[in-house]
Design a protein around this ligand. Structure first.
Ligand code: SF4
Length: 320
């Protein structure tokens, strides 16, 4: 097959995200990761929830499913279980995934299905005019709120850890190369991977803006000192090589998860491939699961005669 270029993963669908939106950096990073990994377009599927981030599959030239509010993970997990040959990426907003979708977030952690899930974390419900989302902190008042936020916030990193996600990372939408490399690591991870992507919404969030992340408004600084720092450059390795390391790293993960303000860590906080994936757990109970997952099984016609195989149909739909 001919080498796929970055342009091959782009669509010509009109993009109506606001100018300067952090979503553009995330979109570029996903396309770059797919291109660098040369993932065939007929073998990749982007699933999304609702909101601004929900439009992401429209702009990536692979299969795409724009699902329902808070339901992206059940769709994405089901597809991966039925057809493990697919590269599935689930994306959604913080309101979508940590509000109405929070139960599915926790449930997905318990299963550890082999997919990456990116949350575009901008602290607001952008598509519906900037209401406070579950990641906006107590007392913060964005320009779209009448009064300061009266609810406490959810900590996505800590919630992912206690729910059982086996890859937990954070990146930033304007650090496109860092985000792209993190997505590639999440795709190759065996198990459920979560990336909390800090994504300024210039239209509705006037607190955590791009300039704020760049440190331009630090009152005591003569020159801007970026708030974001990379934990790998600070010498931290989140990979678990032996189960005995988990307890030691747990306190560090929780420390990273609550570090916010002048210093904000990004990077891979935790990666543990010693935990069995959901596919491995199924294979313990269903003989030949890996050799014959549902997509490799023949669908019967009305007379119970084999009629079709989903994976063969997909191969015929290859995009050239
Ligand atoms: Fe981006 Fe915010 Fe505009 Fe949505 S409302 S497209 S998140 S800038």
């Amino acid at each position: 097959m001919a080498e796929l270029k970055l342009a091959d993963y782009k669509t010509t669908v009109h993009n109506d995200w606001c100018p300067g939106c952090g979503d553009f950096g995330i979109l570029n990073a996903i396309q770059m990761a797919l291109s660098e990994m040369q993932i065939p377009r007929h073998k990749a599927v982007i699933f999304s929830g609702i909101g601004c981030s929900g439009k992401t599959p429209h702009f990536i030239n692979v299969y795409g499913i724009h699902t329902l509010h808070g339901r992206v993970l059940p769709f994405a997990q089901g597809a991966k279980i039925a057809n493990p040959d697919l590269e599935i990426i689930a994306v959604g907003g913080d309101g979508d995934g940590l509000g109405i979708g929070a139960g599915h977030f926790v449930g997905a952690g318990r299963k550890n299905v082999d997919i990456p899930y990116l949350i575009f974390n901008n602290e607001v419900y952008g598509l519906t005019k900037g209401q406070a989302s579950p990641t906006l902190r107590l007392g913060e008042k964005t320009k779209s709120l009448v009064t300061p936020n009266t609810s406490n916030s959810v900590n996505p990193i800590a919630l992912a850890f206690v729910s059982g996600f086996t890859f937990i990372a954070r990146s930033y939408s304007y650090e496109v190369k860092h985000l792209k490399d993190t997505i590639k690591r999440a795709i190759t991870h065996k198990g459920l991977a979560f990336i909390d992507v800090l994504q300024p919404c210039p239209t509705y969030d006037d607190i955590h803006t791009r300039e704020w992340f760049q440190g331009k408004n630090k009152p005591d600084s003569e020159k801007a000192v970026p708030r974001i720092y990379k934990i790998e450059e600070a010498g931290y390795d989140g990979v678990i090589h032996d189960e005995s390391e988990v307890n030691g790293k747990m306190s560090k993960i929780l420390e990273f998860s609550s570090e916010w303000g002048d210093k904000i860590p990004i990077g891979i906080f935790y990666q543990n491939e010693l935990v069995p994936s959901y596919h491995e757990r199924i294979a313990e109970n269903i003989k030949d699961y890996f050799a014959k997952p549902p997509s490799h099984q023949e669908i019967s016609d009305i007379e119970n005669k084999p009629a079709a195989r989903i994976d063969k149909i997909l191969d015929k739909l290859q995009i050239n």
